[in-house]
Design a protein around this ligand. Sequence first.
Ligand SMILES: C=C(O[C@@H]1C=C(C(=O)O)C=C[C@H]1O)C(=O)O
Length: 411
Amino acid sequence: METRVLTVRTVEIDDPGPLIEWTHHLHPAVFVRGGDGIVGFGDRARAQHTGANRIAELGRWWREMCALADVEDEVGLPGTGLVALGSFAFSDGSAEPSRLTIPNVIIGRRDGRSWMTTVDGGLEVSRNPLGPEPRDQLGPGSFTSLEPGRRSRDDYEEGIRRALEAIAEDRVRKVVLARDLVGSIPAMSDRRWLLTRLAERYPDTFTFAMDGLLGSSPETLVRVQGGTMSARVLAGTAARAADDVSDAAAASVLASSSKNRAEHELAVRGVLESLARHTIEVAHSAPFTLKLPNLWHLATDVTGTLERGRTALDLVAALHPTAAVAGSPTDAALELIAELEPLDRGRYAGPVGWVDAHGDGEWAIALRCAQIDEHGTVTAWAGAGIVEGSDPAKELAETDLKFRPIVEALG
Ligand SMILES: C=C(O[C@@H]1C=C(C(=O)O)C=C[C@H]1O)C(=O)O
């Protein structure tokens, strides 16, 4: 445990321009949506854990850090003062550590106000504009296209058929199965290119980067602000169509499909049940169709009032893994995933976001993402919810759509 005091200073600054240009080109730490959010630079303190208690252990570490901090914050918004960025493994059994880090410097923007937070004096940081595109810098052929990794397309369809058998045997009602793609980029290429493209193309999603996991997620696991919480549950997917009339028809077919509605309903019910122990009042919208550049989702917004003393991390621990990324019932679905998925999801489909010293925070589910290691090896994941009536070929095609943000940002 750290014994020294963390000296944290937040000051208001002029608009810093594109936030992504304020983070490290090889080790970006980013959580932004629609131009607002935070980016970090450096690593003043960090903790990591594996296993079933990983989120609770990190929550304990975070409370200790908050108790050690001497904070002067002239801005006083969610995300100012002492903040940790984090991303957690999907599975209790994952070899991949779950982490929280306190950057040396954070630059943030929210609702027209911008700030800089330094910890123990921070580090020299300045806006570092993007240079030439990696492809131009490094010549053609320096990117490999992403190809099936541990699981071929045929294997994936076979996995879905086995999942359908398990559903027919009443082992689960829904299970989310994922597959991976692998490829590479030059080890030293600027990761911020990928993030900038994602943020420009998917401005309504959370564009994130944490310890090499980069992506753009449409799914809010939980957002906590001053004692209230909100979440956006997604489950049920359809392709966008080329012209407006067919596109609107695709959305209404999705909204009225009993298979998709049943799949969605399980995800919403699961979230409401997980929240019951932590929130006093919960309300939710009717399901609606959410339009993204690559696809349609069925979505439900959930809001609630937190019980006193609960933090964003408490809710993350309670909600993860949701039926949107695991299935239902949770334990049986996780068991089936372990049986049918020949890969470690790592931090894909796990919580990613930030928490501040007041317990406010924003957490997404790490979807539409890839892990890029220090050698430039890229692993991307996408999955689909399997329920009674799922068609293996259609679910495979759905994962192709979900890979598009990453495949195109790398392309
Ligand atoms: C599992 C993924 O997405 C999840 C599964 C969905 C579905 O099956 O319809 C929709 C949104 C997400 O909750 C993914 O993007 O990899």
